[in-house]
Design a protein around this ligand. Sequence first.
Ligand SMILES: Nc1ncnc2c1ncn2[C@@H]1O[C@H](COP(=O)(O)OP(=O)(O)OP(=O)(O)O)[C@@H](O)[C@H]1O
Length: 297
Amino acid sequence: MRKVNKVANAIEVNQLNYKVENLQLKNISFEVKKGYVTGFIGANGSGKTTIIRIIMGLLKEQSGDLKLLGEYLTANPVEIKNKIGFVYSELYMYENWNIKTIESVVSKYYKNWDHDMFQKYMNQFQLPYKQKIKQFSTGMKMKLSLAIALSHHAELYILDEPTAGLDPVVRNEVLEILQKELIDEDKTIFFSTHIISDLEKIADYIVYLKDGSIVINESVDELIEGYKIIKGDSAILDDELRELLISIKETHTGFSGLTNQSSVFVELFGNDIVVETPSIEDIMVRIEKDKFNKEVV
Ligand SMILES: Nc1ncnc2c1ncn2[C@@H]1O[C@H](COP(=O)(O)OP(=O)(O)OP(=O)(O)O)[C@@H](O)[C@H]1O
């Protein structure tokens, strides 16, 4: 993991509450550390896009507050948004516009718009400058969004599923571009994704949203260190030990369970159990299938 001199947060979300018909976000607090990549994960419909929209000031929280680059967005919206490169999960642009028109509009908004850099991305992503957006594929629209986000020397990138809809080659290209941005220690990336391999490639920290609350807010290293999969004979599990397992799969050959208290099992059972280090995907899948959904095969 890279080191930064200043310890500071690029995003601070504090006790945020938000409720609409079928979504309730409860006391959401997390921080995005300056100079690092933070991945934002959670099941479909868990509220990631909603939180990103609240962060960008497009939706209003019902209580709580948040700071972007050390300031409240309302204090200085234009200045702060100039320092943010964002990608929304859907591209809101007039379908009849072409890239040339879009650039002429967007470049007026951003103080540090870099035409040469935008051109470079247009070439790299092979996007046609004069074709109407409505003729673009999903992947082409995403590349255009990314190119805009990357072409005004932003300090903070807030990206809602930036690699969705991209083929594996372009996805890798985008991850490499994002990683290069991070060579500058003052730049920060906060991105939501369902593609766990993207997280494994570039994320330093993970924020995990489940059932309206943040259930994990820590570094990837801490996460992988903290959680273990325990495998053994089901007969060793009493009610107290079952409580320590976040998820359990049981078959006639024994159990396999995720825990963040593996030392208890190791002390009690030593070599009678197998302790494995899970991948981020293992952790996420098993947390989604919590105890209440205990799987008996
Ligand atoms: N204005 C609204 N009115 C009613 N329901 C809403 C509104 N905005 C969002 N929702 C609901 O909130 C839930 C969360 O949606 P959101 O798009 O934030 O989730 P997400 O985690 O980004 O999902 P995905 O991973 O599928 O993109 C969904 O059930 C959605 O229908």
